[in-house]
Design a protein around this ligand. Structure first.
Ligand code: ZN
Ligand code: ZN
Length: 319
C-alpha cells in the first residue's frame, strides 16, 4: 500500500472532523460548498462524486452525519436536494422521440404507433419517464432522503395539475384541445413514473434498513394514494384526445385524413377504459397493479402535505 492509496486516504465517517483534516479533503469540501452557495446543485453533485471516487470523502452509510459536521446542516440539506433534483442525462423531462415510429406517430403503413399513442414521443427508459436521474446512481446514504423529496415534489405538482381543468373540445378548436390534452397526459405520465420508481425504491430501502420502515411506508402509501387519481386524469385526457379526433374526423375533407382521425378516436376511447394501459408508454405495472379497487384506495388529498410536515422535508423545485 502506498501513501497515495485512496483506500488509505479515505476519511472514516466515524472520525470527528478536526483541525487535522486532510488538506485535499478540505479542498474538496470547499469546492462543494462554493457550488452549493452558487445554487449549482448539478455541479455540487459532480464534485461530491468526484471526491468520493478519489477517496477524499467517506462514502458509507454514515456519510450524512459526517457531512453535517463538516458542511453544516443547511449545506448538507442542499446537497441532498441537489441529488433529488438531478435531471436524467438522457432525456428532456422524461420523454424522447419515439424509436418505434421514428417520431412520426405512425408506422410506414399508416398504422397508429401504440407505444407513443400516435404522439411521436415516448418515455425515457433510463429514468422510467420520471425525468429525474435514476436513484440507483445516488449514494445509498442519500437514498431515503431523496425518495421523500421526490415523493413530496410529485405530490405538490400533482395537486396543482389535478386542481386545473381538463381541456374541452369544440369543433373549431379540436387541434388546440388535442395539443393541451397531450401535454397534460405526458405530465401525468411523468408523475406516475416518479411514483412508480419511488414505490420500488422505498420497498428496496425498507428491505435493506428495517428501521426506515416508518418513513418508507409513508412514502409508499402516499404514492399508492396518488396513483389512482393520476390514472383517472389520464383516462379523462384520453377521452379528450378521442373527442378531438372525432371532431377532426368530422371536419376533414380528405377521406384518408378522416379515416386516420377515426382510427385515433377509436384507439383513444378504447385505451381510456383500460386499467393497465398495457403496450403503451402509459403502463406502470409496478404502481397500477389493480385499479378496480380504486375508490377504496383514494385517500385524503391532504396526505402528502401532512407527510411533508411530519418529515420537515423540503422538496426539490418542481420541474
Ligand atoms: Zn411511436
Ligand atoms: Zn430519462
Amino acid at each position: 500500500m502506498t501513501e497515495n492509496d485512496p483506500a488509505k486516504a479515505e476519511p472514516s465517517s466515524k472520525e470527528a472532523i478536526g483541525s487535522d483534516v486532510d488538506p485535499r479533503t478540505q479542498q474538496a469540501l470547499d469546492r462543494i460548498k462554493r457550488a452549493l452557495s452558487r445554487r449549482n446543485g448539478d455541479e455540487a453533485v459532480r464534485f461530491f462524486k468526484d471526491a468520493t471516487s478519489h477517496g477524499l470523502l467517506p462514502n458509507d452509510d454514515n456519510v450524512l452525519a459526517w457531512l453535517r459536521q463538516a458542511l453544516g446542516n443547511d449545506l448538507t440539506e442542499k446537497l441532498i436536494s441537489a441529488f433529488a433534483g438531478l435531471p436524467c442525462f438522457y432525456c428532456n423531462k422524461g420523454v424522447i422521440p419515439c424509436d418505434d415510429c421514428n417520431g412520426r406517430g405512425y408506422d410506414a403503413d399508416r398504422t397508429l404507433c401504440t407505444e407513443c399513442l400516435a404522439l411521436g414521443i415516448d418515455r425515457c427508459d433510463f429514468c422510467g419517464g420520471s425525468g429525474w436521474f435514476t436513484i440507483d446512481h445516488v449514494p445509498h446514504a442519500f437514498q431515503l432522503n431523496v425518495i421523500m423529496r421526490r415523493v413530496l415534489a410529485a405530490g405538490k405538482e400533482a395537486e396543482v395539475l389535478l386542481a386545473s381543468g381538463v381541456p374541452v373540445v369544440s369543433d373549431s378548436e379540436a387541434a388546440e384541445a388535442r395539443k393541451l390534452a397531450a401535454k397534460d397526459l405526458l405530465q401525468v405520465n411523468r408523475l406516475l413514473g416518479v411514483l412508480e420508481n419511488m414505490t420500488v425504491a422505498a420497498k428496496r430501502e425498507e428491505s435493506r434498513h428495517a428501521e426506515s420502515a416508518g418513513i418508507t411506508r409513508k412514502a409508499t402509501a402516499a404514492c399508492e394514494a396518488l396513483a389512482p387519481k393520476l390514472h383517472g386524469r389520464a383516462c379523462q385526457l384520453l377521452g379528450v384526445l378521442a373527442d378531438a379526433a372525432r371532431a377532426e374526423a368530422a371536419s376533414s375533407i380528405r377521406t384518408a385524413t378522416r379515416r386516420i382521425a377515426e382510427r385515433r378516436a377509436e384507439f383513444y376511447a378504447d385505451l381510456a377504459s383500460s386499467k393497465s394501459f398495457a403496450g403503451t408508454l402509459l403502463r406502470h405495472p409496478l404502481l397500477l397493479t389493480d385499479t378496480s379497487e380504486t375508490p377504496d384506495r383514494i385517500q385524503s388529498a391532504t396526505q402528502v402535505p401532512r407527510m411533508h410536515d411530519e418529515l420537515g422535508g423540503k422538496g426539490p423545485a418542481i420541474r
